[in-house]
Design a protein around this ligand. Structure first.
Ligand SMILES: [Zn+2]
Length: 438
């Protein structure tokens, strides 16, 4: 008689289920990266950024220790010191005279590229802005003391520390560490960057923007020291939402002391950030920010080192580390939509049907080229009113799967690819057909 296990194993799916280690296991490489993020380094970066006095876009460009020029040069030097594999450059653009721009001025984002070894032209971006502003109305903004330690020295400190830790290793995809300029005067640096990226048809898989991640106590005394908010714009299964779900899943697994509070909104009321232009240009872009905003320090001379929490800032940097490393090691997300071009118009339709019975959920997908180490795929399912995926079915190395007697109208379906080390891709969701202009 066959052993019971062998008999069971002949049942469809069973072999796949047990031939594979669970995909949610922790990747030791990602764990190491998370652990290496240093609180001391974050503290040192915050103090250094404060020491420039102001980083306003119209502040001194030539002074050796004060103003935006000195800050910009220090960022370049800092990135360059981490690893010869980091390719660092000034990404220049011109800000035209406007309400908050006193005169036409050439500015620069500071960009460090860690080239990927499998997908050199596919990018994961982690960003923050290094310019600051104080709005007192009495003195010209460029002359004000504008320390901007939380807004957004906290984000820049995290981006630098991530670049240091991650540039010791190699990843499948390229990672861009970006300190944007001119966020405070209209998202000028990120807008310029995102527009050019779209025009060049750059493959940007994800943008994780960090803005005000350094304090865990609000002005009214409320504190949420184990929570970070993540803002993402819709519609429901937009790239930004898919990224938001991924951040929550991965970050909470690797940094269990942190909860990622998903806010399904572009940003706070009447506010925006450097993720906004990316979402608008069709890329997946989200914002991490404190759950305890303190309005009395924002854009004031009291946004100083004294008023931030280094341990909190470090934990949010670790959230970033987990997500960036997981994304950069994971396969490219599967394609679940068919693309048809007609002149300037592109139509996307879902590769989902009702099967021969007309009562099944028949899913099909394909895998973009390049990932040689794919172990298989996971079908993700949730109800249409659920924010998070509810069910996962490991289906092995196949490009189609049918769920008998399951209505395609009543659930949301998605597919993710998993490689042999257990790294999971973003989830590609089947959505209603859409037409967009290129
Ligand atoms: Zn900011």
């Amino acid at each position: 008689m066959k052993p019971l296990l062998a008999m069971l194993a002949t049942a469809a799916g069973f072999v796949h289920l047990y031939a594979q280690a669970p995909h949610t296991r922790l990747n030791p490489v990602v764990q190491e990266i998370v652990a290496e993020i240093s609180e001391d380094r974050i503290a040192a970066h915050l103090k250094k950024l404060e020491s420039f006095g102001t980083r306003h876009i119209a502040s001194d460009k030539d002074h050796s220790t004060r103003g935006i020029g000195a800050a910009q040069r220090w960022l370049h030097q800092e990135f360059s010191s981490y690893s010869p594999r980091l390719e660092v450059h000034y990404d220049t653009f011109v800000a035209k005279k406007a309400a908050r721009v006193p005169e036409d001025v050439e500015l620069a984002n500071v960009v460090a590229l860690l080239p990927g070894k499998v997908h050199r032209d596919r990018y994961i971006i982690v960003s923050a802005h290094y310019d600051t502003i104080v709005m007192s109305g009495s003195t010209p903004a460029e002359q004000e003391f504008a320390p901007g330690v939380n807004d957004d020295g906290s984000g820049v400190a995290a981006v630098l520390e991530l670049a240091r830790v991650m540039s010791k290793r190699e990843f499948d995809k390229s990672i861009l560490f970006i300190a944007f300029s001119a966020e405070e005067v209209g998202l000028l640096g990120s807008r310029d960057f995102a527009k050019r990226a779209r025009a060049k048809k750059d493959q940007i898989e994800a943008v994780i923007n960090n803005d005000i991640i350094g304090n865990d106590r609000a002005g009214n005394g409320h504190s949420a020291t184990g929570v970070v908010r993540l803002f993402s714009d819709g519609p429901e299964d937009s790239g930004s939402r898919s990224l938001a779900r991924y951040v929550k899943e991965v970050a909470e697994r690797y940094v269990p002391s942190m909860k990622v509070d998903l806010i399904f909104r572009a940003d706070r009321f009447s506010r925006d950030g450097d993720h906004t232009p990316f979402h608008r240009e069709g890329f997946a872009g989200v914002r991490l920010t404190t759950a305890s905003e303190n309005y009395s320090h924002q854009h004031t001379i009291t946004d100083t080192f004294e008023n931030v929490s280094v341990p909190y800032n470090t934990r949010v940097a670790r959230v970033n580390a987990a997500v960036l490393a997981s994304l950069a090691l994971s396969p490219v997300p599967p394609s679940v939509m068919t693309e048809r071009s007609e002149g300037e118009k592109k139509t996307y339709s879902a590769r989902i049907g009702r099967g021969q019975s007309r009562y099944d959920a028949a899913l099909q997908w394909s895998q973009p080229e390049g990932d040689a180490d794919i172990a298989g795929y996971i079908v993700m399912i949730r109800s249409t009113t659920s924010a998070l995926w509810e069910k996962e079915i490991w289906v092995g190395d196949t490009k189609s799967y049918t769920l008998p007697d399951v209505s395609i109208d009543d659930k949301v379906f998605g597919i993710r690819a998993v490689d042999k080390d257990g790294n999971c891709s973003l989830v590609s969701a089947y959505t209603s057909s859409t037409t967009v202009r290129d």
